[in-house]
Design a protein around this ligand. Sequence first.
Ligand SMILES: Cc1cc2nc3c(=O)[nH]c(=O)nc-3n(C[C@H](O)[C@H](O)[C@H](O)COP(=O)(O)OP(=O)(O)OC[C@H]3O[C@@H](n4cnc5c(N)ncnc54)[C@H](O)[C@@H]3O)c2cc1C
Length: 477
Amino acid sequence: MGSLREETEVVVIGSGPGGYVAALRLADLGKNVLLVESRERPGGTCLLEGCIPSKALIHTVEIRETARRAAEFGLTFDNVQIDTDKLREWTAGIVQGLSDGIRGLLKRRGVTVLRGHARFTSSTSLALEGGEVSGVDFKQAIIATGSSLNRLPAGIVQSVWSSADALKLPYVPESLLVVGGGYIGLEMGLVYQGLGSKVSVVEFFPRLLMGADFDLVDVMVGQVSERLEEIMVDSKVLSIVEVAGGGKDGGGYDVEIEHAGAKTRKHYAQVLVAIGRRPNSDDIGLQNTRVKTDDKGFILTGPDCRTDEPNIFAIGDVATGPMLAHKASREGKVAAEVIAHGTAAFDNRAIPAVVFTDPEVAWTGLTESEAEQQGIKVNIGRFPLSALGRARTLGRTDGLVKVIAEPETGLILGVGMVGPMASELIAEGTLAVEMGATLEDIMVTIHPHPTLSEAFMEAAEVAAGEAVHINPPRKVR
Ligand SMILES: Cc1cc2nc3c(=O)[nH]c(=O)nc-3n(C[C@H](O)[C@H](O)[C@H](O)COP(=O)(O)OP(=O)(O)OC[C@H]3O[C@@H](n4cnc5c(N)ncnc54)[C@H](O)[C@@H]3O)c2cc1C
């Protein structure tokens, strides 16, 4: 460890989509900023082993799937092949290019980047381990340390894949068990299915994607279940035993699974564990500050992203709220603005969530199940993609868009969708919720024809009882 100490106005810990965005914004607002990162490259989980590499792989297998489906309208491709070496190289190139881009942005803004693992020694000082500088004295700090993978309980074999391992495409196993039916498990499971593995999914809860509305999930599950070997819900992994070295050239894994009191033992060539993530708050010296966490370790903050220690802020996965890159970046901007001029708040009405399965699932604002749980009366309009011209021309009628509105005013409270391009279309729903749009606002907005975006307008018409393209309830004569 080096013996140098640095001084700065603001230190940001972590260079993920929360931390690097906060650092750039602070620099633009005239602050002297220092960014500490324990990894070699900037970009955090999202860029290095999350959002970006996963979507590059998903895009590739989706092209293959689209080619397969195209046979339905007379377009056949001979022998579509995926070269995994080339795909690995392409994905790594995207990650490297974007990481170099972040490094360049930080450099041009004059943000000093230090390597090392940071721990608070007081509310105005950090110790750094593993770099050339041993400590930093600061006036204000932003904690953007993100999250780490949850592991299976001790005693269950540890040599299986994490999502980070799977993203490196070590090889394509003949069969793969994905433990965890959340978005990461499903996305990675479909990647490996597209690459040629026989993929099964086991989920502890009674449904896949527990946070999403059932009607949306059901459409997605109906489609992906054709591609997966088995989906086991309400099922618990009791043990994973490595057979003859496990892994690539070995014998794989025997997995004991319990469902409804019955235990079965199944064999898989590889196992991928995707059972959620936990905040990186336990090894950063919070005990030397007044920063508080909840019982799961998420740092508690106010709407200004400030912790219980007034000069320390927390953003992104390490703070409470959804663990999503765009939430981290928005909070990064809020914290930077509060530090620079005192006025900003994370007062967003909607944080979109997207699951990049095929079809994609996306929602924003209030969900139907949240409305039910909270006893909020809502008016819901659903429009099926089977009634939409553009969906038919794409050969993708598997989906729907629903709008959730306040019955008296038509104020749009939430939007949910499942279908192709839901990841892109949800942005309009988020804008509608954020700007306080009503059903009428969406209905009178001209949507280009023929596009998938029309489904949002159509769903608003259904909610308002003015649908043109689906039949109104039959009139009693
Ligand atoms: C497979 C996968 C796919 C995902 N896909 C999506 C997606 O499609 N869309 C989406 O919105 N989100 C996605 N996520 C979640 C997303 O990656 C996170 O929400 C996001 O990265 C959080 O950003 P952050 O800045 O809070 O933390 P991170 O990105 O985790 O960055 C934290 C950084 O802090 C560094 N650090 C930690 N502790 C210290 C310390 N003590 N000292 C110095 N440095 C430290 C870490 O090395 C890391 O670089 C995905 C995650 C995974 C795993």
